[in-house]
Design a protein around this ligand. Structure first.
Ligand SMILES: Cc1cc2nc3c(=O)[nH]c(=O)nc-3n(C[C@H](O)[C@H](O)[C@H](O)COP(=O)(O)OP(=O)(O)OC[C@H]3O[C@@H](n4cnc5c(N)ncnc54)[C@H](O)[C@@H]3O)c2cc1C
Length: 320
């Protein structure tokens, strides 16, 4: 077995993985292919050749709609066999995280999820992921014959190449019907958009006493044209903001130009999500709060006094 397959249900993520996959395929001397699953999967095949895939395995069996992790795992296992591949790179989206370990189990393969870096050393794939609650990074080598790696989405930008060409290979899969039945679908409560793309991110933490005090924060957020995020207790314990507004290890990662932390202690599980912010400003009434260790500018004070004054100043400067 000798080949790399890329799969993600998100086209941009798949193209980013193909872009990185080109480099890995060349260093490991393996062919690079893509798996496209579900309705009208074939429509996306041609585009993938411009990003490095030399084969596109397509399967649009009715069993693949709607998404069921176990069915997709069975499909990818069969595609790995067709492709004679030993490595699969999957986008570590919510679906990808569900899928990767199931596929690994079917292949009896080692699996690493939430990879933050891929490289080649001594002809081996080195996969890095965060460990110990985000306090450190560990490098892994999967020693099984086949390897399943789920890579953080958006880690690699999709960069087209010139002169890419490939072969479309329709695959007929043997898939069993779903083992679970969907009884009801409810739309998830959504906050204010995608924090991962915020230019200015304002996050609140447990320093805020009451949900009603959000009315104090919102004018500040508006004055800098920012997006509002939070720490885990705010979204998951108090439910003042939605799940998709949580920033950190188990939430969103963001690389804004400006990150403003209000009443946030600065535990690593939160700050790991904003490590790449260009400028970090923190407001906290405890001068020893860990957030000040990573802040470019720190204001030691009561947020209930600082925030209104800061908002007034920003509004007078920027007129919002
Ligand atoms: C496996 C795991 C994963 C986790 N993932 C995440 C994650 O993804 N995201 C996340 O956020 N957390 C995560 N956590 C939780 C994380 O460890 C912290 O508990 C959390 O980030 C703390 O939130 P906080 O800063 O709002 O609260 P606290 O730690 O309680 O800090 C509140 C801060 O507010 C300050 N303050 C109080 N009153 C005022 C005031 N009037 N004015 C100014 N400052 C004031 C205090 O000095 C304090 O520093 C995770 C934990 C674990 C174990």
């Amino acid at each position: 077995m000798n080949g790399i397959v890329v799969y993600s249900e998100l086209e941009e993520t798949a193209l980013g993985l193909l872009t990185k996959g080109r480099e890995l395929a060349s260093e490991l001397n393996k062919p690079l292919s893509v798996a496209l699953l579900g309705e009208q999967a074939g429509d996306r095949a041609e585009n993938t050749f411009g990003y490095g895939a030399t084969q596109a395995f397509i399967a649009d069996s009715p069993a693949l709609t709607p998404f069921q992790a176990s069915t997709y795992a069975a499909a990818l296992k069969q595609i790995m066999t067709h492709a004679e591949a030993d490595i699969i790179l999957i986008g570590s989206t919510r679906r990808g995280r569900e899928l990767a370990p199931r596929l690994a189990q079917k292949l009896s393969a080692g699996c690493v999820t939430d990879a933050i870096s891929l490289s080649v050393e001594d002809n081996r794939l080195i996969v890095e992921r965060r460990a110990l609650g985000g306090n450190t990074v560990s490098a892994k080598v999967i020693t099984s014959q086949q390897q399943v790696v789920a890579v953080m989405p958006k880690l690699y930008d999709a960069e087209p190449m010139t002169g890419g060409a490939g072969e479309v290979i329709p695959v007929s899969l043997e898939l069993q019907g779903p083992t679970t039945k969907v009884l009801e679908r409810r739309p998830k409560e959504v906050g204010i958009g995608n924090l991962e793309e915020a230019d200015v991110l304002v996050c609140i933490g447990r320093g805020l006493n009451d949900k009603g005090d959000l009315s104090l924060i919102q004018p500040l957020v508006d004055s800098v044209g920012g997006m509002l995020g939070c720490t885990r207790p705010i979204s998951h314990e108090y439910h003042w903001l939605t799940e998709d507004q949580m920033v950190g290890l188990s939430g969103k990662e963001s690389s804004p130009n400006l990150y403003l932390a209000i009443g946030i202690s600065g535990q690593i599980q939160h700050t790991v999500g904003v490590m790449n912010a260009k400028v970090i400003v923190a407001i906290n009434n405890d001068k020893n709060a860990p957030i000040f260790k990573i802040a470019d500018y720190g204001i030691v004070g009561d947020l209930y006094q600082v925030v209104p004054k800061l908002t007034e100043k920003l509004q007078s400067e920027f007129g919002q």
